[in-house]
Design a protein around this ligand. Sequence first.
Ligand code: ZN
Length: 269
Amino acid sequence: MEILSRPMRTVRFCHPQLPECAPHYGLLHPAGAIERLDGAPWLGGQPTGAWFDGTQGQLLAPCLPGKIVCVGKNYRDHAAEMAQLRGDTGVPPEPLIFLKPPSALAAPGEPIIYPPQSQRVDYEGELALVIGRPCRRVPVAHALDYLFGYTAANDVTARDLQGKDKQWTRAKGFDSFCPLGPVIATELASDAHLSTTLNGKTVQASSLDQMVFPPAVLISYISAVMTLQPGDVILTGTPAGIGPMQPGDQVGVTIDGIGTLTNPVVRGL
Ligand code: ZN
């Protein structure tokens, strides 16, 4: 069943006019109004005809993934800077995957909490893929049929703990270390531009076509390891320019056609 017409931009939101401000999925219309859907759009959610003023609502992470699969060193320039920073071996021969827990999700505008265990917390601006249909072992040629859309993510990383632990669960898994949003766009140009800003200054800038393993390859590769479910998220890796954030900073990840995911950084206790 698919009567929603593409292209579209979907959100999750709460609004003072909704009972108990409960979260709902919605369609974001070009003028900024949100039409409520009766379910997740990748599960057949349909428009309800109920409209809300987007400026009075609050956007949430645009999906609730059962798992967040991330890809390491998927841009050549970033692989090179990691080789310099830590003596890594450069671009991996196959996609290098790891997981972030869903408890790491943060909404647009929600603070990234700087944990007391770390002295260096980095931003990583990334394109995120949102899966639309269950998939297992899909060939590359059909992989994009299983994609619902695209959003922006920040793969926040405690860089010192990443080096210390050798594997990345703690460094990448703190609460609030996966800001996601603000919208899911069902269409995206393959050469769309991604940029990250720290307090308004551009620190990362790349075209998405600079990825080593593009979205179709990643979906195919990951689906041969674990079944991907609707609403699951894949973070596709970060370009060069990673660097630390401090409490009080404001970080933004902008992707053409998706918008800007902005989060403040605050010190955790
Ligand atoms: Zn990353």
